[in-house]
Write a protein that binds this ligand. Structure first.
Ligand SMILES: Nc1nc2c(c(=O)[nH]1)N[C@H]1C(S)=C(S)[C@@H](COP(=O)(O)OP(=O)(O)OC[C@H]3O[C@@H](n4cnc5c(=O)[nH]c(N)nc54)[C@H](O)[C@@H]3O)O[C@H]1N2
Ligand SMILES: Nc1nc2c(c(=O)[nH]1)N[C@H]1C(S)=C(S)[C@@H](COP(=O)(O)OP(=O)(O)OC[C@H]3O[C@@H](n4cnc5c(=O)[nH]c(N)nc54)[C@H](O)[C@@H]3O)O[C@H]1N2
Ligand SMILES: [Mo]
Length: 767
């Protein structure tokens, strides 16, 4: 049997003699996702890039029309031979004129599953061989947590997959307070692949066993489908006020676990003096918080009682809580709250990061150690916090703060992207598009004509996993999948590996790049090297047997993971990696940075764009993860359409807000603020808090040149704000965004997002 693996699951592939194929659920998958079937139509759609293509203005050095910008130009197809020659020449030119630092290859993005064909690894391996590149730090997923949590708990990455298992929650948790909910739509995904989807099953089992889940979120659907769930629909971006009030009221009621605070934390006194208002004159009471979060004080006090009466409480924070202004604070405040309750390190209790986010979080399998493609060493030291790309392009040489130090932006002349889509993931796209015109060359590897490809100078067509062999192996997922090639590459597409091999040859580094190994030899190398890391009683089967069967499941090695158990058992022998070795409720280190936007303790910051802050823009826009796709991937396939109305992204609007604006179900509306505007189709519901609207991300950017609409398809990132979380992490803040909506009075324009640009067919030879 042949299988393929994606971030959204594993599928059996049945193919006829031609190019027709169908994907079927993996027989081991308890709860398969439909997302994968999107590729059945997307693979060979008209949006597929079939040949290397160069922007006409770039190739002809802007002679045909000086003012045609990236994103508006035609493309000329060229042969691979010419493409390798032109690309390598241009990279050499840029390096010799400006140095390697002027190449930006942060290239953030999820690419495809598969350990070998990981686009970014290949890009960096290639660029590192030729002198390096400016890189990026942290992610769009949880940048603020990546930077703050190490100060408070000593680590973040290692902790991600150490989250207390669902099994432990099912058997021990009494109260599960879910900030940002646990939207089941998200559990379809795990970076690197999923063997069997377990999230829904465990959530149901836990609810059946009597775990009391409370959904703290503006969206009811963030936790549903597992019985009667209490919904606490607070205003977006106000969770910190609620957490602080819970800390204050618990302490006031004497429910605080003093023993825990004494043994395992530092800085409580300073934090308490902030809660009590000694530092700012404001007592962080339920009364205070209720006005900020927009929920009755009684509900907060009731929650205090529930915590008091619960044997074991889990404080769960979704990653989305980092993607907001001051996104460091919700994680820090949640850790403080869990410390005051004192259930950290106990079965089913304490704190959890990202139960909302991926199938692997809470899975009880031990992490399978595995190797990746070696990327080599980057000789360039310049970096940016990943979401500061527009700032970087706009401000070469200007300095910025990050995690206690000052750095400066490089002057970027060449952008090289493979495996991500900044026209999906970045905020304030209108601003980014302007800044994007500045570099001399933009190169991307893509398989479809999305906005990234259309805004590139050089587009090199890549294969999808169905057109190459690979191996999938993801952390905390017990399955390893042999990903079979089922189709010959569509058009003239090549894998990222083949493309960089071709370029490396032009630089005289081909053998260093490939190490004289073919695709299949690399896959076997990854398998064998990973096998060498397994404990002796859990070795993988022979490679040929694995390949023949198509999958392997590692034995159940661990029944329960309990986050921070070792530290709690013996904080002296197993200290945290923080300066004090304990949980830092006050951080001397952060305090010493003297940042006004991130001080020494968790703090409520009200100086941001949130509900009630603007007379002009009265609605808070959330842009959560889409249900029927991963980000922008497969937006052009048949499954993503399930989440749209007449092909357009949906905006969910509360009944009362819709009535106030005379909006009707399915009506096309203009959503706007000072940064931009998009069209979307209305879905009226009482699933969303009044004053809040939501457009899931992922609609391919589709600007309407003839009008002022920044995107007729419904990409929310033309509206979102591009400001760092704070000087500490400089993370993205998509969820801090106010808008207004009104009926779109004109005829709804056609969506052109999936149309390729105008392409001029390849000439035989080119000098
Ligand atoms: N408003 C708003 N914006 C957000 C978010 C939000 O909540 N709200 N969430 C943010 C988050 S958490 C994330 S992680 C980002 C996600 O942002 P991205 O990860 O950039 O989004 P994807 O659509 O997954 O982009 C992956 C791209 O890689 C391409 N690709 C797939 N396979 C291959 C391959 O083998 N080789 C090459 N070269 N390319 C390949 C796909 O075609 C696709 O264009 O978005 C962020 N943006
Ligand atoms: N189907 C699908 N699943 C995915 C992805 C996808 O694209 N599609 N992307 C994956 C990726 S890359 C990531 S990083 C994870 C992200 O995982 P999350 O960050 O958990 O996912 P989101 O859907 O962005 O956010 C979850 C919910 O948080 C709520 N929320 C937003 N702002 C606030 C707030 O201020 N307070 C509270 N209390 N709630 C708020 C929103 O209602 C939203 O539905 O998801 C992963 N899973
Ligand atoms: Mo993410």
């Amino acid at each position: 049997m042949r299988y393929t693996a994606a971030h959204w699951g594993t599928y059996k592939i049945i193919k006829d003699k031609g190019k027709r194929f169908k994907l079927f659920p993996f027989e081991q998958d308890k709860d398969p996702s439909d997302i994968g079937r999107g590729i059945e139509t997307a693979l060979t759609s008209s949006a597929r890039i079939r040949k290397p293509a160069f922007r006409r203005g770039w190739l002809e050095k802007n002679q045909h029309h000086k003012n045609i910008k990236r994103g508006e130009d035609q493309f000329i197809e060229v042969s691979w031979e010419d493409a390798f020659e032109l690309v390598s020449k241009d990279i050499k030119r840029v390096i010799s004129n400006y140095g390697n630092e002027s190449i930006y290859a942060g290239s953030y993005g999820w690419a495809s599953a598969g350990r070998f064909h990981h686009a970014q690894s290949h890009l960096r391996r290639f660029l590192n061989l030729i002198g390096g590149h400016t890189y990026s730090k942290n992610t769009y997923s949880y940048a603020a947590a990546e930077v703050i949590v190490p100060h408070v708990l000593g680590n973040f990455y290692n902790f991600l997959f150490d989250t207390t298992s669902w099994v432990s929650i099912k058997d021990n948790t009494s109260l599960f307070l879910a900030f940002g909910g646990i939207p089941l739509k998200n559990g379809q995904i795990s970076q690197g692949g999923v063997g069997s989807h377990i999230q829904k099953d465990y959530l149901k089992k836990a609810a059946l066993k009597g775990v009391n889940f409370i959904n703290v979120s503006p969206l009811k659907s963030d936790l549903e489908g597992v019985g009667n769930i209490e919904w606490l629909p607070l205003k977006p971006n106000t969770d910190v006020a609620l957490m602080l009030a819970l800390c204050y009221e618990l302490n006031k009621a004497g429910i605080i676990n003093n023993d825990f605070i004494y043994r395992y934390t530092v800085g409580f006194k300073k934090f308490l003096s902030y809660l009590n208002g000694s530092s700012d004159g404001i007592i962080k009471s339920a009364d205070w918080a209720s006005k900020i979060i927009g929920i009755n004080k009684k509900v907060i006090l009731n929650l205090v009682d529930k915590i008091k009466n619960s044997e074991r409480t889990m404080i769960s924070v979704s990653w989305s809580l980092t993607r907001q202004s001051h996104g460091e604070q919700p994680f820090w405040a949640a850790i403080a709250l869990a410390s005051i309750i004192g259930d950290i390190g106990k079965p089913g209790g304490g704190i959890g990061f990202g139960y909302s986010a991926m199938n692997s979080i809470g899975n009880h399998y031990k992490k399978i150690p595995a190797v990746s493609l070696p990327q080599g060493k980057n000789s360039v030291k310049k970096f940016i916090p990943v979401a500061r790309i527009t700032d970087m392009l706009e401000n070469p040489g200007i300095s910025f703060d990050y995690n206690g130090s000052r750095f400066s932006y490089p002057d970027i002349k060449l952008i090289y992207w493979a495996g991500g889509n900044p026209f999906h993931h970045h905020q304030d796209l209108n601003r980014m598009i302007k800044a994007w015109q500045k570099p001399e060359t933009v190169i991307s590897h893509e398989w479809c004509w999305n906005a990234l490809a259309k805004h590139s100078d050089i587009v090199l067509p890549v294969t999808t996993p169905l057109e190459r062999n690979d191996i999938a192996l993801a952390p905390r997922d017990p399955y390893m999948i042999y990903m079979s090639k089922v189709l010959e590459p569509i058009g003239e597409s090549k894998s990222d590996f083949e493309i960089f091999s071709g370029l490396a040859k032009k630089f005289g580094f081909k053998d260093d790049y490939t190490e004289k190994k073919s695709e299949n030899e690399w896959i076997e190398w990854i398998y064998n090297e990973s096998n060498a890391l397994q404990e002796s009683n859990h070795k993988f089967p022979d490679f040929d047997n694995f390949k023949e069967k198509g999958w392997y499941k590692s034995p159940d090695q661990l029944s329960q993971q309990i986050f921070l158990k070792e530290f709690i058992e013996d904080p002296v022998k197993n200290p945290l990696e923080t300066p004090s070795g304990k949980i830092e409720l006050f951080s001397k280190q952060i305090d010493s940075f003297k940042y006004s936007d991130c001080v020494g303790h968790p703090k409520w910051f009200g100086d941001k764009e949130y509900l009630g802050k603007s007379k002009k823009y009265k609605l808070h826009l959330l842009s959560n993860q889409p249900k029927f796709k991963l980000h922008s991937q497969l937006d052009n396939g048949k499954v993503a359409g399930n989440e749209k109305i007449d092909g357009r992204a949906v905006i969910e609007v509360n009944k009362i807000d819709a009535e106030a604006r005379a909006l009707l179900e399915h009506m096309v509306v203009k959503v706007f603020n000072d940064r931009g505007s998009c069209l979307a189709a209305v879905k009226i519901s009482d699933n969303i808090r009044q004053g809040v609207v939501n457009i899931p991300t992922g609609a391919w950017l589709d600007p309407l040149k003839s009008s002022s609409i920044s995107c007729v398809h419904g990409n929310p990132n033309v509206l979102t704000n591009d400001v760092g979380t704070s000087k500490l992490a400089q993370g993205p803040t998509a969820h801090t965004c106010l808008v207004e909506i009104e009926k779109f009075h004109e005829k709804a324009p056609r969506i052109n997002a999936f149309d390729p640009p105008k392409i001029i067919a390849a000439k035989r030879e080119r000098n």
